[in-house]
Design a protein around this ligand. Sequence first.
Ligand code: PEP
Ligand code: MG
Length: 757
Amino acid sequence: MASRESLAGPRVLMRRLREVMAESLGAQERLDEIVTQIAANMVTEVCSVYVLRADGMLELYATRGLNPDAVHEVTLNVGRGLVGLIASSALPLNLPDAQKHPAFAYLPETGEEVYHSFLGVPILRAGRTLGVLVVQNRSYRTYLDEEREALETTAMVLAEMFATGEIEDLATPGADLDLNRPVQLAGAAFTEGIALGHVVLHEPRVVVRQMIAEDTDHELKRLDASMASLRLSVDDLLARGAEAGHGEHRDILEAYRMFAQDRGWTRRLREAVENGLTAEAAVEKVQSDTRMRVGRQADAFLRDRLHDFDDLANRLLRELIGRPHGPLEGELPDDAVIVARTMGAAELLDYDREKLRGLVLEEGAPTSHVAIVARALDIACVGQVEDAVSLAEAGDAIIVDGETGNVHLRPPSDIETAYADKVRFQARRQEQFAQIRDEPAITRDGVGFQLLINAGLLMDLPHLEESGAAGIGLFRTELQFMVVSSFPRLNEQQAYYEQVLKAANGKTVTFRSLDVGGDKVLPYLRSQVEENPAMGWCAIRLGLDRPALLKTQVRALLKATAGRELQLMFPMVTEIGEFERARAIVEGERAHLARHGHDAAETVKLGAMVEVPALLWQLDELFAEVDFLSVGSNDLMQFMMASDRGNTRLATRFDPLSPAFLRALRKIADKGLQYDKPVTICGEIAGRPLEALALAGIGYRALSMAPAAIGPVKNMLRALELGPLSKRLATLIDEGVSASDVRTELRALAEAQRIPV
Ligand code: PEP
Ligand code: MG
């Protein structure tokens, strides 16, 4: 480690740079002055800045020592020459004899042939290379580690200067900066819509404006204090566990704690401050170094941890600026597209729906709850988009294509026009669906279907009328609980359900009792940290153990449906006894209301959701008890395949069209026929036309889905001849062919019959 004395050089340089940044200079003059100061301070004969352009070329933007006529004239391909190598590898190069390096490329225009030693570092911001900073000497000199550090620190100052747009005017027309380059990113489509809007970072990057310290000792104190409160806040998060409502999983929190306690991290941060940076700039510098080291590793586990480290560094920055929680300054634009690494369903609900257009996630899966909420909010959502957070800047123009799963950052105008056309085309398609809105959902061979919507918020309710659905097949009551900060009281719940029923205007509504746990966390309902919350203390389990909660909800529902029929189902039933106990609670509440002369539901129909595979072997007993069943295929699939519905890596690994899953679903539908009791299916597969075709083929006649899916599914059904399809599908399922064979064959059948899927 360098002693305090040997750090005087970098500190003096930082002080000089601070003065240069404060002076009112033109961009070129400022760059020229910066390279002059660096050369003087580091006693080098050359100092040059190369900037990465959108066309992949590195252009010489300023130099001290090389031929001044080469500025804005000399360019290099990324990957060519030593400068190109630094840009492509994002790693520094320190060479006593540069000309001996195999990548050395001789550029006669610069007059650099007389220089031997070479030290170059990448200019990085949030993991992106923006350019290269180089110093050179005639002698065969080996630059010290401290000198490399100092040059890297200076490169950060340049990165900030570039990011603020100051050098934009220096770009020659047609040779734009890479920083503003349009980027297309591929991900997975989570919802169907298309959104054009502007980026809002869910965890906004803290913009470090002041890089260079005025008082190093003061900065060290600030750093120590913020580190201490960061450690406390991570411990606190861990103690509160996943129920903290940040969508963080325990392993991420454990990683936070490990990094927060890491002595190496603290030491590197302190060193960077001792080199003349502010505490904030030190956090950025050390993070940039870490990214460089770890980002090169092939190990996916380590790269995942790097994300965690990025998050933690961002938290530390927030501690430093005194805004540890919540969004930073800045209003939500009217066409906000939220960009996040990951997010819980409740956090998405925190945003103003009126202003939300889209959501881009680096992680997630189409059946994760945040994706379901995005669908309920009818916003375009694409997930599994690598590097979205580091490539996007707040305020960037962005297009989210929920059809192809593509995301366009800073799109060129022709792409923007093409998308505007696409949006218009979609609107026309919606008009076509609107035309069949009042037509029955009936196949060509006369089989009728009941198409229902999934809902959970008051704002969903107009969709019932617009889509022409027959009713609400799944009303997720927990969403109301997730958007408020304390437990809704009896009369609040009752008023809410009354509004739902009023909006339904006589159409059926199937309420589901509170389904919390997993990523549906209620901030005010404290629970123990669980290793596997999705399989933990949740849904009906929680309702039965905390009967007061369930009783209040049931009472509110009974009162809201006074004089009418209440349809209520319980989530995650595993044993018949649970259903019986839940029913006893409902009966108890009915008796209580009757005793006290309150109006209540006239009839009550109680159902169970089939989400836990164990129920498949208790169907006879279950049908004897229930009035109806509803298959929650999202959970049934995750538990049958032992495959976390929110895990990105598993999102497409198992196909619900596999004979194994279809056999399970068929068994439930068959039993429903046998016992003459209604069976609905309300997981996400019911809303995808090809999957809905398969469900129709195995006997489902009531499908509940996102409102936007009603049109496409009805369109499919009206073109379908069900008889032959059912026969063919039965053979495929019985033969036990692969899931992809089922999918391919169904698609071919649909094409042959001209069924839109
Ligand atoms: C399901 O599991 O399929 C379901 C409909 O419930 P949720 O998605 O709310 O868990
Ligand atoms: Mg479920």
